[in-house]
Design a protein around this ligand. Structure first.
Ligand code: CTP
Length: 414
């Protein structure tokens, strides 16, 4: 009899790449067997589940059980042979929509509160930017200990959600608070959290990203050093929040965004054609691409040679590229939200305000790229400039900024 047979399991929907993903953290506690029930409850609701467990948790439930239930590798070792991913804690933390740790021991709570990352589960918790929910389970005295209560307050103040333990007979024989909350209640809580995080469900979003590349000849081109990180972060956040995303990107070295329709283009004209196709049915369009303003009038299909082609190399005749944002801003129908970017070195808000009007955007994400800031950075200090004024945002990572941009676009959509 396999371990799954012994649990008398019915076939369930394990979710697919477009399903919300819950990372279920299992820690070393007698209630660890209840994680199987939580996992099944989530799967029945169409949620995809991956499991990360501590070594102590393996003393209570074998990883094979979770592997059988999820059909996914179970993550335990930081340095072990993961599924081909050397920085497993980062990828697990990045891909999940919710990190649910149930049951969570006093020890893991303490590590999270202190920022200790000494195994895969705690490292993943530290690296996780998705919402975290914790269902503590422990002996009543450990639960009531000043240290544990203080750790929980610290974590709650940082935005960690708690699914409070119940009262009753505990495995150790004591009576009191510390029993893992009912698995059905944990599942409902997690589903509620996912629902509120999927506020873009049913919305279509087009995002442009990266540079465009305008060929001069077979080996030379006009371009810029845009990395595409901002646009990819927006597409990732929008997909995570349930939107149907089309990401039109120039050449960048970033992997496809899971769940987004990827359109990889080269030139501004190709980018415009792809956007023209997606824009009419879009609710929100966000233009973060660094589009080359001009392109060579003719692109020679062979390599131009020094000497023989000096004239063609020294005098490249340029023509203006279409302004993709401006054309969408001019044609947008009521109810569509158009967002532009303005990377400026001087008079940042003045320039952003003039772009807002000139390009027909609802708001502009303006940032100061003087003093070497800008291209390739992982964080930005920006302002939202709209007809109603200017809102300054403190410096933040591109992922966080992506969510703020989407929040702002949603305000305009309502
Ligand atoms: N943009 C676009 N198509 C273009 C040029 C720009 O869609 N051909 C969009 C960018 O994606 C960005 C915004 O317009 O959202 C502003 O881009 P930027 O390069 O700052 O503006 P320009 O119009 O090129 O103005 P300038 O170079 O004078 O700053």
């Amino acid at each position: 009899m396999s371990q799954t047979d012994s649990l008398n399991l019915q076939p369930v929907n394990r979710g697919d790449a477009s399903s919300p993903l819950v990372l279920l953290g299992v820690t070393g506690c007698i209630a660890a067997y209840k994680s199987c029930e939580i996992l099944r409850g989530l799967q029945k609701a169409g949620v995809r589940v991956k499991v990360v467990m501590t070594k102590n948790a393996c003393e209570f439930v074998g990883p094979t059980t979770f592997r059988a239930l999820t059909h996914e590798p179970v993550a335990i070792d930081t340095f072990g042979d993961g599924p081909g991913d050397p920085i497993h804690h980062v990828s697990l933390a990045e891909e999940c929509d919710l990190f649910l740790i149930a049951p969570c021991t006093a020890n893991v709570l303490a590590k999270m509160a202190a920022g200790i990352a000494d195994d895969l589960l705690s490292t993943t918790a530290l690296a996780c930017t998705a919402p975290i929910a914790v269902a503590p389970a422990m002996n009543v005295h450990m639960y009531e200990a000043v240290a544990t209560q203080s750790n929980m307050r610290t974590l709650a103040a940082r935005g960690v959600h708690f699914i409070e333990p119940g009262e009753g007979y505990l495995a150790c024989g004591d009576v009191g608070r510390g029993r893992l909350a009912d698995p059905a209640d944990i599942v409902s809580y997690a589903l509620e959290m996912l629902k509120s995080e999927r506020d873009l469900a049913g919305k279509r979003i087009v995002v442009t990203a990266g540079p465009t590349v305008e060929p001069i000849d077979a080996v030379r081109f006009i371009s810029n050093p845009s990395t595409g990180k901002m646009g990819f972060a927006i597409a990732e956040a929008a997909a995570r929040r349930g939107a149907q995303v089309t990401l039109v990107t120039g050449p960048v070295s970033l992997d496809d965004v899971a769940g987004a329709q990827m359109v990889r283009v080269g030139t501004a004209c190709e980018m415009k054609a792809a956007v023209d196709e997606a824009f009419p049915s879009a609710d929100i369009a966000i233009f973060s691409a660094a589009v080359s303003d001009f392109r060579p009038r003719v692109a020679c299909d062979r390599k131009l040679k020094k000497g023989a082609d000096d004239e063609a190399l020294a005098h490249i005749d340029l023509v203006e590229n279409p302004d993709i944002l401006a054309s969408c801003g001019a044609s947008k129908r009521a109810g569509q939200v158009v967002v532009g970017f303005a990377a400026e070195t001087n008079d940042v808000t003045g320039n952003a305000r003039s772009k807002l009007v000139r390009k027909g955007a609802d708001f502009i994400v303006a940032n100061d790229v003087s003093c070497g800031r800008g291209f390739g950075a992982d964080s930005d200090e920006t302002s939202f400039v709209s007809a109603s004024g200017e809102e300054h945002l403190p410096e933040m990572g591109k992922r966080q900024l992506a969510d703020r941009i989407l929040d702002k676009a949603l305000e305009f959509l309502k």
